[in-house]
Design a protein around this ligand. Structure first.
Ligand code: UDP
Ligand code: MG
Length: 317
C-alpha cells in the first residue's frame, strides 16, 4: 500500500492563495507518485471567501479536506486541529501563502524515507522581502530564547516541516493551552534534519502579523519555555533588599553622627518611585505566569470546528 502524506495548512483570509497552493500540491503529486498526498485545509475563522474556496476545491479533489473554525483561534490552534485530525504516515505543516515552498517536501520525504530522521524541518537562510526591523527583532528573540530556555531555537526556523506519525502522536498528546509550536517541536526532541532554503515573498495578500502580535508571540514563547524571567524578578528583589539594608545602616549612622538635616527629599522620592516601578515590573512578570496557569486550569478547548467534510473528527480539542 502507498504511504500517505498529510499536509496541514492553517488558513486565515487566504481566498486568493489557496487555488495557487492546490496547483502546487498537484505538481507535487506528480513528483511523489509513490505516496498519496492529502491536504487538510483549516479555516481559522476567515472573514473573506476562504471557506467557499475550500469547499469548491474539496468538491473536485477528494484528497482535499477542510475544517472550519467557529471563529478565529489563531495559527497555533489551526495547526493543532490539523495535526489532531491528520491520518497520514507522514504529516507536514505548511503555510498557505507559498512562503513555504511545496517542492521542499520532496527532499523532506527523501530524508525521512532513509529512516535516519523523524523530522525534516525547513529553515530560511535569509529573510529577503521582510521588513528589516522585524528581522532584527526576530533574530534577537531566537538568540535570547535559546539562552534562557533549554532548547536550541535557530533563527529562520519555520513551522514548515514533515514529521513521522510517531512524533506527531506525541505532539498531539501535549494538551497545553498556550501553544508555541516552534518550541514544542524542539522540546519533544527526535532526530531532526534541517533543510535550508531562500526566503520567498508571500504569493498574495499581506502578513497577518503586526508588530504587536509578534511581540505577544515572542512573550508567549519566553513565558512558555523559560522560568528565567521569574528568577530575574527574585534576584532583583534580593538585590534591592540588600541595597536597602545597607541604606538603612547608612541612614542610622548618619543620624547618630550629624543629626537629621531636612534636605534629601528629592533623592528619597526618586528611590520610592524607582522601587515602586521595580515592584510593579516584577509583579507583572509573576502576573504573566499566573495568567498562563489560569488559562491552563480552565481547560478550554484550543479550537471549535463548526464545519468539515472529514466526517467523524475531533472537532473540539
Ligand atoms: N494564519 C492563521 N490564523 C491566524 C493568522 C495566520 O491560520 O490568525 C495562517 C495564515 O493563513 C498562513 C500562516 O498562518 O497560512 C502564516 O501567516 P502569515 O503568512 O501571515 O505569517 P508570516 O509568514 O508573515 O509569518
Ligand atoms: Mg507568510
Amino acid at each position: 500500500m502507498k504511504e500517505k502524506i498529510s499536509i496541514v495548512v492553517p488558513c486565515y483570509n487566504e481566498q486568493n492563495t489557496l487555488p495557487k497552493l492546490v496547483k502546487e500540491v498537484k505538481k507535487l503529486r506528480e513528483s511523489l507518485k509513490e505516496c498519496t498526498i492529502e491536504l487538510i485545509l483549516v479555516n481559522d475563522g476567515s472573514s473573506d471567501q476562504t471557506l467557499s474556496v475550500m469547499k469548491e476545491l474539496s468538491a473536485v479533489d477528494h484528497d482535499i479536506s477542510y475544517l472550519s473554525f467557529s471563529r478565529n483561534f489563531g495559527k497555533e490552534a489551526a495547526m493543532y486541529a490539523g495535526l489532531c485530525n491528520a491520518q497520514g504516515d507522514y504529516i507536514a505543516v505548511m503555510d498557505a501563502d507559498l512562503q513555504d515552498p511545496p517542492e521542499l517536501l520532496i527532499r523532506m520525504y527523501e530524508v525521512l524515507k532513509t529512516g535516519e530522521y523523524d523530522c525534516a524541518a525547513a529553515r530560511r537562510t535569509n529573510r529577503k522581502g521582510e521588513p528589516p526591523i522585524r528581522s532584527w527583532f526576530a533574530k534577537r528573540f531566537y538568540r535570547l530564547l535559546t539562552k534562557i530556555s533549554d532548547m536550541e531555537l535557530l533563527d529562520g526556523v519555520r513551522d514548515y516541516r514533515l514529521m513521522k506519525r510517531s512524533m506527531v502522536d506525541v505532539i498531539v498528546n501535549m494538551h497545553e493551552y498556550n501553544r508555541f509550536s516552534k518550541g514544542i517541536f524542539e522540546w519533544v526532541g527526535f532526530r531532526k534534519c534541517w533543510i535550508e532554503y531562500e526566503n520567498t515573498p508571500r504569493s498574495s495578500g499581506g502578513s497577518k502579523w503586526n508588530f504587536w502580535g509578534l511581540t505577544k508571540y515572542a512573550i508567549d514563547g519566553i513565558v512558555n519555555f523559560s522560568e528565567v524571567p521569574l528568577s530575574i524578578a527574585s534576584w532583583l528583589g534580593l538585590f534591592m533588599t540588600s541595597i536597602s539594608f545597607l541604606a538603612v545602616i547608612f541612614i542610622v549612622i548618619r543620624k547618630l553622627l550629624i543629626g537629621d538635616p531636612v534636605d534629601g527629599w528629592a533623592s528619597t522620592a526618586s528611590i520610592i518611585v524607582f522601587i515602586g516601578g521595580l515592584q510593579l515590573f516584577c509583579l507583572g512578570i509573576i502576573g504573566k505566569y499566573l495568567a498562563k496557569v489560569y488559562l491552563e486550569t480552565k481547560k478550554r478547548p484550543h479550537f471549535i470546528v463548526s464545519e468539515t467534510n472529514m466526517g467523524e473528527i475531533k472537532n473540539v480539542g
